[in-house]
Design a protein around this ligand. Sequence first.
Ligand code: GCU
Length: 341
Amino acid sequence: MLRKLLSRIFLVLFLSGVILSLAYAMYTGNRLRTGKHRVFKLAHSLDPAHPVSKSLVYMADQLKQISGGTMTIDIYPGCVLGGETEMTEQLQNGIIDMMKSSGAAMEVFIPEMKVFGLPYIFRNRDHFWTVLDGPIGSELLTKGESKHIYGICYFDAGSRNFYTRNQPVNSPKDLIGQKIRVQNSRMAISLVELLGASPTPISFGELYSALQQGIVDGAENNLPSFYSNKHYEVCKYFSFDGHTMIPDLLIINLKVWKKLSSQQQKWLHEAAMRASKYERMLWLKKTQEALEACKNLGVKFTYPDKKAFIKKVAPMLRKYEKSSLAPLLKRISETPDKVRP
Ligand code: GCU
């Protein structure tokens, strides 16, 4: 009798457990699917200590707050899901929802982005941000729609400079014959070739070991990326030639964007804009910190005369001034520099 009663109680408890778990799974599944609760998968190439990485974490916090906890972001940093080209393909296929990419890696998918790979087209940081905050910047964010890519905002990525293992770069002559890692970008390849070096495309995630093993003699990037990925451990020469200013971009799969309600789109946009502003401030601070830290770590910084570089890469500009990018280039050069607070 007692045994029968106990097994009945057990059966009732067991069935209630199953029913409750099913109900919970359906509830959370629905929240994720119906758009009541959205969890985004966001990937990028940078180390968690990098200012852009920190700003993405800030964005996730902001979004959670603004949306009352209904929109959250899981971040996969440091190329754990592959290089920027592979990540963009995953974004197009809906495997990841969002990513932070360099504008250079975007040129394979969005030809207009090639413009950022042209050397010395921005006069200074104010000019750069006036262009990106204005109509040109907004137009470029929508150019990837036919490739299922929608741009949300830009992040500062400073200017790109050469750094090397064995000798300082004081003039383009010092680059002759050197193997220089470049991004997966036709523009970067052409630029490095014009300077007499041999360009070698390698994913950012694999660059440290490529430098360490001597597969390449140097690379080019902004100072915070050089610092946060510890490239100073191998390359002791960093030359501020500032050949390009290529922004970072936050992009989202277009279908994912379109499926959001207009309220959700607004929240996401607002969180991204807050992060972009925060990042611009952080960028300056972190660049200065990286400079001091790298000096203490034995990196020799040089400030070469840019004129020699500008002269060497001039044919590239002339070529693109006759291409379909010509109107865009003209508009960029006619944009004034606005002084910012
Ligand atoms: C910059 C950019 C990254 C990119 C890297 C690179 O650091 O912010 O998105 O991966 O350059 O050179 O690949």
